[in-house]
Design a protein around this ligand. Structure first.
Ligand SMILES: [Zn+2]
Length: 319
């Protein structure tokens, strides 16, 4: 019999910016393509484009196919595959995506939240391998989280578990789109990081970043902060240190609550590497309960392919 990891499946990674589709075997993406989400406005068009893309990939598939797995940045009821809501995709309310795609494609379909899907990939094939208790965190425009406890993905009531980005990290602070106040995401989301650095630069703090962006603050990106860090720029290092400490503080609660043995951190912001990981690890180590100081905070391994690989892996999960 074939080993599970050798099966072929199609992974679909629906994002606010682009939609990726790939033919996947294990952690390898054999063939893939993508299109911009804004080119297919409205949910009917987007679903139609996904179906057409899957049919395209099905041509000349070398062997039996397990089915199609979809990751989407929203609250998803699993296993029903109903997308309850989706922040980046207007009009997506209670969309029975699994049912629609099953009918159109006549293949086994699974639909889950994008961070759950990434966590599944890192757990089975990446930085989380071998851990029975694991938490995954993605740092980008938003802050996402997913929980694997005692060997299974925890989706929670209404599919809403793992929203680490919406844990409050202070009593008072800015309002958040989720309805909460002082959410982690409102301090360490991409936009907030840039806003903080720009505020310092406008206040006259000297930094190599000014030179790197030719004095034009609109050119500031997380990559510019990374480059300035490499040049020992104090403000750039302070920016990542602030983010690392805030994320670390949220992780202290996560560790004390769930006792994961490993925390996998991915997403665009995680590219800051040690400038971010050192303060994050230090905060966790200093403040977590004594018995849990052995928890490891590690970078994700699979990078941008985690979405496709994890979506394909959904076909190997129990329904
Ligand atoms: Zn929030």
């Amino acid at each position: 019999m074939r080993r599970h990891s050798e099966g072929l499946a199609i992974g679909v990674d629906i994002g606010g910016t682009c939609v990726k589709l790939g033919l996947v075997r294990g952690r390898r993406v054999l063939r893939q393509f993508s299109f911009e989400t804004k080119k297919v406005p409205g949910k009917e068009k987007l679903i139609g484009a996904v179906s057409a893309g899957v049919r395209e990939l099905l041509r000349g598939v070398p062997g039996p196919l397990r089915g199609v797995g979809v990751g989407i940045p929203g609250l998803v009821l699993y296993p029903e595959g109903v997308v309850r809501s989706c922040v980046n995709l207007p009009g997506w309310r209670n969309v029975p995506l699994r049912g629609i795609l099953s009918k159109e494609l006549r293949l086994p379909i699974r639909v889950d939240n994008d961070v759950n899907v990434m966590a599944l990939a890192e757990w089975r094939l990446g930085a989380g391998r071998g851990a029975e208790n694991l938490v995954c965190l993605t740092l980008g425009t938003g802050v996402g989280g997913a929980i694997i406890a005692e060997g299974r993905l925890v989706r929670g009531w209404l599919g809403s578990a793992g929203e680490i980005g919406h844990m409050p990290i202070a009593e008072r602070g800015p309002r958040c789109s989720c309805g909460g106040t002082a959410c982690l995401e409102r301090t360490v989301g991409n936009r907030e990081i840039l806003r903080w650095v720009k505020g310092r630069l406008r206040a006259g703090v000297k930094s190599r970043m000014i030179g790197l962006i030719g004095g034009d603050l609109r050119q500031l990106t997380p990559e510019v902060i990374d480059r300035a860090c490499e040049q020992s720029d104090p403000l750039a290092r302070a920016a990542w240190s602030r983010v690392g400490s805030s994320v670390g503080l949220a992780l202290v609660s996560v560790v004390n609550l769930l006792a994961p043995e490993r925390i996998v951190v991915g997403g665009g912001i995680a590219k800051a590497g040690r400038w971010l990981f050192e303060p994050m690890r230090k905060t966790v180590k200093d403040r977590v309960m004594k018995g849990l100081k052995g928890v490891k905070v590690v970078p994700a391994l699979l990078g941008t392919s985690a979405g496709l690989v994890g979506a394909a892996l959904l076909l190997q999960e129990e329904d």
